[in-house]
Ligand binder design. Structure first.
Ligand code: G
Ligand code: G
Ligand code: MN
Ligand code: NA
Length: 255
């Protein structure tokens, strides 16, 4: 309850910030920056609080609707700014909560934010989870189709950890599968993780989805993933999530 009331004031007090983690394509062992995932950070009494602690509280109180709108606008603004500074093809990935999609006017809000920030719709990738798709409703399906009709792409995040029926992958207008980092973590040493990662990559490829491997930390994982046909990676191997100002120097080193 203490966290809840502190969080209700956090936006007004400007206690939230976004960190950005690069998403890269690997060619001949070299990373090329494709996009960034925006990740919400909260400092309360000058101490960082873990997202796993405060995001569930924001969702429970529905405060995530207001905070999520701030995240969306701020991330689109920042990435548009980087595009104008020369990273013309950079894309922006933003995590969405089910509470945001349950707002009847979410697609309208999205269109407004894109218009106001000037970010091209194809430069935005919205990440949703399997749990969200399980709230299978006509309204959800319509909302996702409205988003796709704007030209905004959708990613299924943390894939393989939820209870998503594979039929959903066809039913929803998805463009990207993100392989959960728990499968990548144990690869390429653990045979089961290798088998699961390989199956998910193959599934994505046969459904015509782009596949992104999360939590890539070591070059052996890169070699394994590239051999499986997955060249798009995110993880500490290239960079942890960082404040916008720190990413600037990184841009200067890539194409
Ligand atoms: O930053 P970290 O790697 O600890 O992120 C933990 C989790 O918090 C991520 O898996 C992500 O799904 C969630 N998260 C981070 N930022 C946001 C956000 O802006 N909105 C929502 N809904 N979830 C987020
Ligand atoms: O949205 P999602 O649940 O995928 O959030 C990504 C989370 O994964 C963030 O909390 C981020 O800090 C974390 N993360 C990103 N790269 C790595 C990595 O290479 N290893 C580990 N252990 N965590 C990572
Ligand atoms: Mn994510
Ligand atoms: Na994830």
């Amino acid at each position: 309850l203490e966290l809840e009331s502190a969080l209700a004031q956090a936006l007004a007090r400007r206690e939230f910030a976004l960190h950005y983690q690069p998403i890269c394509r690997v060619e001949h062992g070299q990373p090329y920056l494709l996009g960034v995932e925006a990740l919400l950070r909260w400092r309360f009494n000058d101490t960082p609080v873990a997202p796993s602690e405060f995001i569930p509280v924001l969702e429970e109180s529905r405060e995530i609707v207001r905070v999520g709108e701030w995240v969306l606008r701020e991330a689109c603004r920042q990435v548009r700014c980087w595009q104008q500074a020369g990273q013309t093809q950079l894309y922006c990935a933003v995590n969405l909560s089910i509470r945001q999609l349950q707002q009847v006017d979410f697609a309208e809000l999205l269109a407004r934010v894109l218009r106001e920030t000037g970010l091209p719709p194809h430069s935005l990738l919205l990440e949703i989870t399997e749990t969200l798709l399980m709230h299978d409703s006509e309204m959800m399906l319509n909302c996702l189709h409205e988003i796709a009709a704007l030209g905004v792409r959708l990613a299924l995040d943390d894939f393989g950890t939820g209870y998503c029926s594979l039929g959903y992958l066809k039913r929803y207008p998805l463009h990207v599968l993100k392989v959960d980092r728990s499968f990548i973590a144990a690869a390429p040493d653990d045979a089961d993780s290798v088998a699961i990662s390989r199956a998910i990559i193959g599934l994505g490829q046969s459904l015509g989805l782009a596949v992104v491997a999360e939590g890539v930390e070591r070059s052996e994982q890169i070699e394994f993933l590239v051999a499986q046909g997955c060249q798009t990676v995110q993880g500490y191997w290239f960079s942890p999530p960082r404040p916008a100002a720190e990413l600037q120097s990184l841009f200067d080193g890539t194409r």
